[in-house]
Design a protein around this ligand. Structure first.
Ligand code: FAD
Ligand code: MLT
Ligand code: ZN
Length: 522
């Protein structure tokens, strides 16, 4: 797997099928970093302005009631065991929750939530705890309701492609089950080995192939959830068409656990492609990345399944911090262009044509390679998927996830690089170019309040001024909730607050997150 000039690459386009598991890597653990040496500070120390809501304190009688619902073995009280449920994946947030409940059924979730609502006990739904905005862990003493035991696949229909599963099913496992029926999950992301379908829906996760398979808002046909009052909302249809009244399930998708606990979902799975190919290109300007994307859309058309970009600083992070090797030389940018189709010969011809156009266009790609087998395919994808993990090794990570018009997308990285010059280890930009989604990251050896002051709110203002979104796919969680008005009109935010009040009159469901900032003020 040598670095090869793309010019000499065309004859060797002997592309292999993507492996059935389709996984580039399973998320095993968060990497060690200087910041992860000890415990992260309590979130309440970092955000002293957030005050505990007027919720009740947990009593022994509450714990007994929960034990009666889920069984003593599924009520976690031991402080050491509870700790991992209090800390987020980035190890930036640490809550003070004292209790974790692990229900098995919708009925158990409903009974728990009914009790909490009656007693005004605050709760946090938690799936795989891979969220990146501090939404999945408590702040104060909220009770964690983990969906991990709700992990049954309920049905897969190979004809319609509809898969019905409980919320705690891990994405990668669902994809394996789908593969056994010639199908695939319409969603794929670096955390697939740990994240759960319920968490994916609650964050409306985007991932690597949204460009091709669309958002979960489109591929979710039905959903069941327990509302904050304990009532079960049954919208678990498997129909593709159903225009009877409002589509209430959409409220739960992307609600980040603030409107209810998703317990089951019906997902429309596309047919698993027979031929998947991956080109990896080196480019020397961002304009070349945009030109290459334009060409990819034109020449690859319906078989284009991912178009991701990586800047040189992000590539340095995976090389230096994780020891991964890059098959190409040094470039300002790298692009992964993937195709998924049903006819290898036809798809290969198209990819050849695309590479030929890219190479013959002045100022476009100057270097490239194509995955020759499953190992190379996985390796090339790991260079992109493991950036998030590699940045943590620097120490502390300031993480931003924005949508911008394509013309502005890399200007923000350059602008911030200049602004933070000399104060950070790196300013790294990469992301889902086809979705107009930039992941912008800064790292320092440890948390630096001065750096944060230079970043926020400046970065959010910059995005607002270009009519972008301050959260493209990770959600608002705890970290970005105060910036909701940067991307949503005031009246829209008020309507959200009314919906929250209607469904969660006591505000027990994941307080302090998402729209919480405005909700108590209404
Ligand atoms: P958690 O982290 O447990 O929870 C996330 C939020 O959803 C919390 O607010 C929680 O309260 C709520 N929640 C969880 N389960 C439920 C439920 N059943 N009902 C109601 N609310 C619930 N995101 C992307 O969009 N695209 C990516 O490409 C992407 N890549 C990632 C790569 C890595 C390595 C990591 C660590 C994260 C990545 N993410 C990505 C972040 C993404 O949000 C999560 O990985 C995933 O969607 C969250 O699922 P989870 O089960 O871990 O949810
Ligand atoms: C990704 O696309 O890799 C994820 O959204 C996580 C991130 O790096 O921000
Ligand atoms: Zn992403």
């Amino acid at each position: 797997f040598q670095a090869s000039r793309a010019a000499s690459l065309l004859p060797q386009l002997l592309l292999r099928r993507r492996p059935a598991s389709a996984g580039a890597f399973a998320l095993l653990a968060r990497p060690a970093s200087s910041a992860s040496g000890g415990l992260p500070p309590l979130t309440t120390e970092i955000h002293p302005g957030i005050k505990r809501g007027a919720f009740s304190q947990l009593t022994d009688a509450d714990v007994s009631a929960f034990e009666a619902i889920v069984g003593g073995d599924h009520v976690i009280k031991d402080a050491d065991e509870v700790l991992s449920y209090n800390i987020d994946w980035l190890r930036i947030c640490r809550g003070q929750g004292q209790l974790v409940l692990r229900p098995k059924t919708t009925e158990e979730v409903s009974a728990i939530v009914r009790h909490c609502n009656k007693r005004r006990l605050a709760v946090v739904p938690q799936g795989g705890n891979t969220g990146l905005v501090g939404g999945s862990v408590p702040l104060f003493d909220e009770i964690v309701i983990s969906t991990s035991r709700m992990n049954s696949l309920l049905s897969i229909d190979p004809v319609s492609g509809v898969l019905v599963a409980e919320a705690g099913c891990v994405l990668e496992q669902l994809d394996r089950e789908a593969a056994s029926q010639g199908l695939m999950m319409p969603l794929d992301l670096g955390a697939k080995g740990s994240c759960q379908i319920g968490g994916n829906l609650a964050t409306n996760a985007g991932g690597l192939r949204l460009l091709r398979y669309g958002s979960l808002r489109g591929t979710t046909l039905g959903l069941e959830a327990v509302l904050p009052t304990g009532q079960v909302l049954d919208c678990l249809t498997t129909l593709r068409k159903d225009n009877t009244g409002y589509d209430i399930k959409q409220l739960l998708i992307g609600s980040e656990g603030t409107l209810g606990i998703i317990t089951k979902a019906a997902i429309l799975c596309p047919a698993r492609p027979k031929s998947v190919q991956l080109a990896f290109l080196g480019l020397d300007s961002f304009q070349a990345v945009l030109d290459t994307y334009r060409l990819a859309r034109r020449s690859l058309g319906e078989i284009l399944s991912a178009f991701e970009f990586i800047d040189s600083e992000s590539m340095r992070a995976v090389k230096q911090n994780l020891g991964l090797s890059c098959p190409l030389g040094e470039h300002s940018f790298y692009v992964l262009a993937e195709t998924s189709g049903s006819n290898e010969t036809h798809d290969r011809e198209k990819l050849d044509g695309f590479i030929e156009s890219v190479m013959s266009m002045d100022g476009c790609a100057t270097d490239g390679t194509v995955a020759q087998d499953a190992g190379q395919f996985a390796h090339l994808w790991s260079l992109r998927e493991r950036i998030v993990e590699s940045l943590l090794v620097d120490g502390y990570e300031y993480k931003y996830d924005v949508s911008l018009p394509l013309a502005d997308i890399y200007r923000l990285v350059e602008h911030m690089r200049t602004r933070l010059d000399g104060r950070v280890i790196r300013t790294a930009g990469y992301g889902h170019l086809g979705d107009g989604n930039l992941h912008l990251n800064f790292t320092t050896p440890k948390f630096d309040a001065k750096v944060l002051e230079l970043i926020e709110p400046h970065v959010f203002d910059w995005v607002r001024d270009r009519r972008g979104s301050v959260s493209a796919e990770h959600g608002l969680g705890l970290k970005k909730s105060q910036y909701i008005r940067h991307s949503k009109a005031d009246f829209a935010v008020r309507v959200m607050a009314e919906v929250k009040r209607l469904l969660d009159p006591n505000g027990i469901m994941n307080p302090y997150k998402s729209i919480w900032i405005i909700w108590p003020l209404m």
